[in-house]
Design a protein around this ligand. Structure first.
Ligand code: UDP
Length: 413
């Protein structure tokens, strides 16, 4: 069977995998331990599912441990999560005690593996208090924050910061998400996995079948936005941009694809507004897809001529990178991580208004050569910067730096 790294080599390039081997060579036999709070569900588990076996293939002993706790522990850490993302809500002292006790218990259980590890990567706030229970630790400890900590609710952050400050380093996803800390802070942006159902190559027939299923005419231009129905994603702005662009491209089709039934009451309100705005126009398809419709989203992204992500506020917009990987120029809101994810005028356009978006849609649909070129640029830009292999490279580089930090030079394999 093909190894995981061989499979990545086919899409990311053999040189990228060679480089990973070189970086891993001085780390052979070292032990890296990851700790998070769940083995399934969520972006962190998804990344660890790939990262841990890939590090093993590179000859680095890799262990993934998961915290165990009762429901009040998760209630507390959910509170941390919301507070880090800015929700002003205090956490009762009784829950903070559960947090600390749960970390203490898990530290006892995991002590042998944590104390002996060369590197420990602690993901998000749930296991952050483990460190203080392992005073005999041998290795370097890194706190990896996957959430947007740009404007945390201060009282809760002050509490968590006590634990995080004890680490040797921390990692945030974007500079804008980071907090000042008394150790080195590194920035490692998110990535996409080119081999998952969301991003893998699809047969033409499958793309055609998805077009047919949703009544999308293959002979007319189609623009797409994939997003939760959320005001920050500006679906109404997308409809306004489409209406404006249609004055010049009368056969244009718009697809807005988003999640299905949701427990977010705001989501339902926005969806209703979108459906009302689209009512009576058969050329706008508002699609409600189930949460696991990864292949369908993949096919829609491939079927589109242009992908929009007209967000008014965005962290790292995965949909931008997903579309670019499929060779599509992206018209994105000039905000947050989108500014890093696309190169204005090279892989797509940054826009501030529906009129701006409409102008770019019109330009791209009237200049096919330019559109295809931007799409090719977009795919290359993702290949170089936003694949999971780059994520691995940055972890390896950081681990090397921490282990060999004091040395004048590090000899690679
Ligand atoms: N997504 C999905 N179904 C939907 C809408 C979005 O699977 O109905 C996926 C999308 O392909 C992307 C992720 O959910 O992988 C959304 O991430 P992004 O960073 O773009 O936005 P967020 O929802 O996290 O703000």
């Amino acid at each position: 069977m093909r190894s995981m790294l061989e499979a990545y080599a086919e899409v990311a390039g053999a040189d990228v995998i060679d480089q990973l081997h070189q970086l891993a060579e001085p780390l052979r036999g070292k032990r890296v331990v990851h700790v998070n709070s769940t083995r399934i569900g969520g972006g962190v588990a998804e990344i660890l599912n790939k990262l841990v076996p890939a590090l093993e293939e590179l000859g680095i002993e890799s262990i993934w441990e998961v915290l165990t706790g009762e429901s009040d522990f998760y209630q507390c850490t959910k509170g941390f999560h919301n507070a880090i993302q800015g929700t002003a809500a205090d956490i009762p002292p009784a829950l903070l005690r559960v947090y600390e006790e749960t970390n203490a218990e898990n530290a006892e259980r995991l002590r042998p593996v944590l104390a002996e590890a060369d590197i420990v990567l602690i993901h998000d706030p749930q296991p952050a208090a483990l460190l203080r229970h392992i005073p005999e630790r041998r290795g370097k400890w890194i706190w990896r924050c996957h959430i947007d900590a740009s404007r945390p609710y201060r009282p809760v952050w002050r509490y968590l910061r006590k634990f995080v400050s004890e680490y040797d380093a921390s990692i945030f996803s974007l500079a804008a998400f980071a907090q000042p800390l008394p150790h080195n802070v590194y920035i490692i942006p998110p990535s996409i996995d080119p081999l998952t159902e969301k991003n893998m190559d699809l047969p033409e027939e499958e793309i055609a079948a998805v077009r047919e299923r949703f009544g999308i005419d293959p002979d007319r231009p189609m623009i797409l936005q994939v997003s939760r129905f959320d005001r920050f994603k500006d679906p109404l702005g997308v409809i306004a941009a489409y209406r404006e662009a249609r004055k010049f491209v009368p056969n244009l089709q718009l697809v807005l694809a988003g999640g299905g039934a949701t427990d977010d009451p705001e989501g339902d309100v926005v969806l209703t507004e979108v459906q009302q705005a689209a009512a009576g126009d058969a050329n706008i398809k508002v699609l409600l897809l189930p949460a696991d419709a990864h292949r369908t989203i993949n096919a829609l992204q491939r079927a589109a001529d242009i992908v929009l992500q007209k967000s008014l506020k965005e962290g790292f917009g995965l949909t931008v990178t997903e579309a670019m990987w499929k060779g599509k120029p992206v018209i994105g809101g000039n905000t947050g991580g989108i500014r890093l994810q696309l190169v204005n005028h090279e892989t797509g356009f940054l826009v501030n208004t529906p009129e701006g978006a409409a102008m770019r849609i019109r330009y791209l649909l009237f200049h096919q050569k330019q559109r295809l070129k931007m799409g090719r640029n977009a795919r290359e830009f993702v290949r170089e910067n936003f694949l999971v292999t780059r994520h691995m490279r940055e972890y390896l580089t950081l681990i090397l730096t921490l282990i060999h930090g004091g040395e004048e030079r590090i000899v690679l394999g």
